[in-house]
Design a protein around this ligand. Structure first.
Ligand code: AP5
Length: 207
């Protein structure tokens, strides 16, 4: 199974991709996580650190090269789940070319949809455990005592608003691209995590 999880910041892509990835036995690949890991290790050029902190996208070539390298690893042989990639039509066409070169194709693109007011609340109150990568929410899924929590630099309310604007501008072309290929599955992201998971599994024919 080769899947893409799309959706605005805070929609629950990472949360759902982790759960569904375990269920399907395929790796979850998040370009956001890869970029943050590169930043934590001091490997991300300062102009890209600045772009991420300001809520802007990094250049297509950077993320395409990350995905090219990562999806070539042995654990992706039986499938993978992309979280937050592609975000632009050039990224989508690059992914398609990459897959076609190996005689492969995407099976489904899951687009999680949510009203803007809920997205802001979800992102601003998100906390991530630095050690495990587990995603928590101060209101909806509070972290256990002792968790080593991180508040993402781009989860400040003004930066989240900028990221949402960027997403809306970018998906204007990307959603129709996948709709035309007949593989887009729109998922209502309102509700508890397990309710949304049930909708995703149903859309994938896994319920
Ligand atoms: P990235 O890390 O991909 O961020 P994002 O797309 O903005 O998405 P988020 O991680 O904010 O949200 P999510 O949908 O995963 O939600 P989550 O599951 O955590 O990208 C960051 C930056 O990297 C970009 O701005 C850009 O600069 C760069 N970048 C990355 N990919 C790129 C690309 N392809 N091209 C160019 N640049 C790129 O959930 C959010 C919160 O809600 C959590 O607290 C969670 O616990 C909670 N929650 C989740 N589901 C529910 C629920 N059902 N009910 C209640 N709470 C819930």
């Amino acid at each position: 199974m080769r899947l893409v999880f799309m959706g605005p910041p805070g929609a629950g892509k990472g949360t759902q991709a982790r759960i569904v990835g375990v269920r399907c036995g395929i790796p979850q690949i998040s370009t956001g996580d890869m970029l943050r890991a590169a930043k934590a290790e001091g490997r991300l050029p300062s102009d890209l650190v600045g772009r991420m902190a300001a809520g802007a996208l990094v250049p297509d070539a950077v993320v395409i090269s990350l995905i090219d390298e990562r999806t070539g690893k042995p654990d992706c042989a039986d499938g993978f789940m992309l979280d937050g990639f592609p975000r632009t039509v050039p990224q989508a066409t690059a992914l398609q070319a990459l897959l076609e070169a190996s005689g492969l194709a995407l099976d489904h693109v899951i687009a999680i949809e949510l009203p803007r007011s809920l997205l802001i609340e979800r992102a601003v109150l998100r906390r991530t455990d630095k050690r495990t990568g587990q995603i928590y929410h101060l209101k909806y899924s509070p972290p256990p005592p002792g968790a080593d929590l991180e508040h993402r630099a781009d989860d400040r309310e003004d930066v989240v608003a900028k990221r949402l604007d960027t997403y809306e501008a970018m998906t204007a072309d990307l959603l129709p691209y996948y709709e035309d290929l007949g593989i887009l599955r729109r998922i209502d992201g309102v509700g508890a995590v397990d309710e949304v998971t049930a909708r995703v599994l149903h859309a994938l024919g896994l319920d």
